[in-house]
Write a protein that binds this ligand. Structure first.
Ligand SMILES: [Zn+2]
Length: 396
């Protein structure tokens, strides 16, 4: 058989990439839907999926009968021997790791609590777990993507105030230097996941905020995180929406962070600063739910501060939708009136007729790990990524 001309080869590769990206974005999409979405003939869709199957990238599963004439179109899904991303979430108190397949399905997961919040101790545990995943999955593991509760530039954590980390390099986390290592902020990655697979799916401009210890987030435009020149953007919690006399662990005064979480609730209740603000916030929410008026008021104070700040961000960034996860989700459920009236009160009047809705995240605790995996698959679903996978599967 003649070798295809370069132009034809290029078109075939583009077709294969487009199909792969569709299967990743819409797991179990049928071959007929795929052909319609991408404007492919039925013959081309069949030919491309056959090649992707041979390359162990996608698999076909029988579709339910359509009830109409003709054979039902098979659904496309991740190949059981296909590429994987090792996604890691390093939080304030805990870590979590999962291998993730095409389409975002989480496979083997593990998690634990930091015994010691020292960066060396935490990263030793993570390094060992990544090495185990690498050993188990071999060449199937195509990227390691790490989410951290801190400010990230490239593969460095420049500041993680609540864990007291400064300038921590993550370059040596992966045992195989040929596997790309990607690092991002946890709240930003949760926002990306929300835009790709959660409450913000299909929304052009999504503002996502995660409240855990403090608040972070991201504006996601057309599926891209707006994280600035170095990747360190999205530190919304360090906007000076708080009391200018109060110093934040980040070094600045008056940060919004200090007004919306367990630290704010403890102050409102006249309690000492909590060691674990997230766990304390949970306890105050439970006290509020059982009817304790002082706890109810403390929750309302945090919800009000959250609502006012969200209004400021909406005035500045003009999102179509705002999603909230973590404690933000709890505040929507527990104190909707305080949150809603502070939000509306802070909006410019032209927005009052049609304010962007505030919705609870639908991905709950999985957003960060799913977002980390998305960034990993962005690196795999490229010309180079496909080339290198083909070589790994079929040999050079
Ligand atoms: Zn701060």
């Amino acid at each position: 058989m003649r070798t295809p001309a370069p132009r034809a080869r290029e078109l075939r590769r583009q077709g294969a990439l487009a199909v792969l990206r569709q299967v990743h974005a819409r797991p179990e999409v049928t071959r007929a839907e795929l052909a319609r979405t991408l404007g492919l003939s039925s013959g081309s869709a069949t030919e491309i999926t056959a090649r992707l199957k041979a390359l162990r990238l996608v698999d076909e599963i029988g579709a339910p009968p359509t009830g109409g004439r003709g054979r039902p179109s098979p659904a496309l899904t991740a190949h059981p021997e296909g590429p994987l991303v090792c996604a890691v979430d390093i939080g304030h108190e805990r870590w979590r790791l999962a291998t993730v397949e095409l389409g975002g399905g989480l496979l083997d997961e593990s998690s634990g609590r930091h015994r010691d919040r020292d960066s060396g101790a935490v990263l030793t545990v993570i390094r060992r777990r990544i090495a185990e995943a690498s050993h188990t999955h071999g060449a199937r593991l195509r990227a390691v993507s790490v989410a951290v509760a801190g400010t990230v530039q490239g593969t460095r954590i420049v500041q993680a105030s609540t864990m007291r980390w400064r300038d921590v390099a993550l370059d040596d986390l992966c045992p195989d230097p040929s596997v790309p290592l990607l690092v991002g902020n946890d709240a930003s990655l949760a926002g990306l996941a929300e835009a790709m697979r959660g409450a913000g799916t299909g929304v052009r401009a999504l503002l996502h905020l995660t409240v855990e210890v403090g608040v972070g987030g991201v504006l996601v435009m057309d599926g891209r995180m707006m994280t600035g020149a170095t990747g360190a953007g999205g530190e919304f919690g360090h906007l000076p929406f708080g009391d200018p006399r109060r110093q934040c662990p980040c070094g600045a005064y008056g940060c919004w962070d200090l007004e919306v979480d367990g630290r704010a609730m403890a102050r409102a209740l006249g309690r000492p600063a909590p060691h674990d603000p997230r766990a304390d916030a949970e306890a105050v929410l439970a006290e509020a739910a059982s009817g304790d008026p002082a706890s109810r008021a403390a929750v309302g104070t945090a919800a009000t501060a959250l609502g006012r700040g969200v209004a400021g961000l909406v005035n500045a960034l003009d999102p179509a939708l705002v999603t909230l996860s973590g404690l933000g989700r709890d505040l929507i459920e527990t104190a909707p009136d305080e949150l809603g009236s502070a939000y509306l009160g802070g909006l410019m009047s032209f927005r009052h007729d049609d304010p962007p809705p505030l919705l609870a995240s639908t991905l709950r605790g999985d957003g960060t790990i799913i977002g980390a995996a998305e960034v990993g698959f962005d690196a795999i679903l490229t010309d180079d990524g496909l080339e290198s996978w083909s070589t790994a599967v079929a040999g050079p």
